[in-house]
Design a protein around this ligand. Structure first.
Ligand code: CUA
Length: 328
C-alpha cells in the first residue's frame, strides 16, 4: 500500500472517530450514577462504546476511501478485475472482533458478579409491589410507601409482588429487578450520592402501570439512623401517615404540602361524599379501604390499591378525621 493511501485512511478514520466521540460524550445518554453498581454498569457501557467507536472509525474510513478511489468512472461499463479473497485480511477481521467480543463478555461477567455481592452486614429491605403501589419494609417491621437508604452501606432489596408481575427500577441506580408473586428476587444497591430519585415500575402490570411510582431517598448514615429510630410511630399524625403510606405520590392534600395530581385532590371531598350518598367520614374511610366502591368521575377504577392492611387503627381514624375536616 502506498504511503499516501495510509495517510488518507488514517485521516478519514480520525474524522469518523472524532464525530462519533463527540456524539457519545456531548449528549448525556446515561442518567447520573447514584450507586457503586450503577458506576460499574456505566463502565461497561463506556468500555463497549469505545470499542464500537474504534470499529466504526475503521469501517467508515475504508468505506469512504473505496468510494473516493474505486468508484466507476462515467461511461465505464466494464467488469472489475477478478479477485479471490485475501486470507490475511479475513483472519484479521475474524480474530479482532472475536477478541473484542470476548473482552466485553469478561468485563460484563466481572461486573455482574461484583454487583450481586452484598458485602458484610447489608441493610435488608423487603420490597412489595402491588397494583399500583410500592411498599418498603425494614427489619424492625416498619413499612413505608417510599424507600430511604443510607449513603455508603450496601442495601439488599428482597423484591416480591402481591398480585401480578412488576419490576423495580431506579434509573440512577441502573439496575432493574422483576417483582414476582411467591418469589423473592434480590437486588444489591450501594448508594454513593445523596438525593431523591424516582422508583419506577418497569413491567406493564395493568391500568395504573404508568403511575406506579415511588421514590428512593439517599441520606447520610446519621439521618438514616434517626429515621429508623424515629419510625412511623414518631409521626403518627395524619400528615405522617399520609406520607408514609405514599398517598402523596398521587394525591394533592394541603396539610401535607402535596401537589400530586394522579388521583383526585383530597382538599375538599365533600362533593364526592354527597355524590356517593355517604356521610363524609364514612366516605373517606371507604375510599381508603375499598377505593373502587366509588370512583370520582374522570378517574378510572382499579388504579388505586386498597390500604386496608397498611393504614389501620388509630392512624386510620386520625387520617380519616383530618381529610374530612378539610372538607367542612
Ligand atoms: Cu407495576 Cu407496572
Amino acid at each position: 500500500m502506498r504511503r499516501g493511501s495510509i495517510v488518507q485512511l488514517t485521516v478519514l478514520a480520525a474524522i469518523a472517530a472524532l464525530i462519533t466521540t463527540l456524539v457519545a460524550v456531548l449528549i448525556p445518554w446515561l442518567p447520573i450514577s447514584a450507586s457503586k453498581e450503577a458506576g460499574r454498569i456505566h463502565f461497561v457501557y463506556w468500555f463497549t462504546t469505545v470499542i464500537a467507536i474504534a470499529v466504526f472509525a475503521v469501517v467508515a474510513a475504508v468505506l469512504a476511501y473505496v468510494v473516493l478511489h474505486f468508484r466507476a468512472r462515467p461511461d465505464d461499463d466494464s467488469d472489475g478485475p477478478p479477485t479471490h479473497g485475501h486470507t490475511t485480511l479475513e483472519i484479521v477481521w475474524t480474530a479482532v472482533p472475536a477478541a473484542l467480543v470476548t473482552a466485553i463478555s469478561i468485563v460484563s461477567a466481572v461486573v455482574l458478579a461484583q454487583n450481586s455481592h452484598a458485602g458484610r452486614n447489608p441493610l435488608v429491605v423487603k420490597v412489595v409491589a402491588q397494583q399500583f403501589a410500592w411498599q418498603f419494609t425494614y427489619a424492625n417491621g416498619q413499612t413505608y410507601g417510599f424507600l430511604k437508604v443510607p449513603k455508603g452501606r450496601s442495601v439488599e432489596l428482597d423484591i416480591t409482588a402481591k398480585d401480578v408481575l412488576h419490576s423495580f427500577w431506579v434509573p440512577q441506580l441502573a439496575q432493574k429487578q422483576d417483582a414476582v408473586p411467591g418469589q423473592f428476587n434480590k437486588l444489591i444497591v450501594t448508594p454513593t450520592r445523596l438525593g431523591t430519585f424516582p422508583v419506577i415500575c418497569t413491567e406493564l402490570c395493568g391500568l395504573g402501570h404508568a403511575i406506579m411510582r415511588s421514590r428512593v431517598e439517599i441520606v447520610t448514615p446519621a439521618a438514616f439512623a434517626s429515621f429508623l429510630k424515629r419510625g412511623p410511630g414518631g409521626g403518627s399524625g395524619p400528615v405522617a401517615v399520609f406520607n408514609q403510606a405514599g398517598c402523596n405520590a398521587c394525591h394533592t392534600w394541603k396539610p401535607a404540602s402535596s401537589t400530586a395530581a394522579v388521583g383526585p385532590s383530597l382538599d375538599d371531598v365533600s362533593a364526592d361524599a354527597a355524590k356517593a350518598g355517604m356521610p363524609l367520614e364514612q366516605f373517606v374511610r371507604e375510599s381508603i379501604q375499598d377505593p373502587n366502591a366509588y370512583v370520582k368521575k374522570g378517574y378510572q377504577s382499579g388504579v388505586m390499591p386498597s390500604f386496608e392492611d397498611q393504614i389501620t387503627g388509630a392512624k386510620l381514624d386520625a387520617l380519616v378525621k383530618a381529610i374530612a375536616k378539610g372538607a367542612k
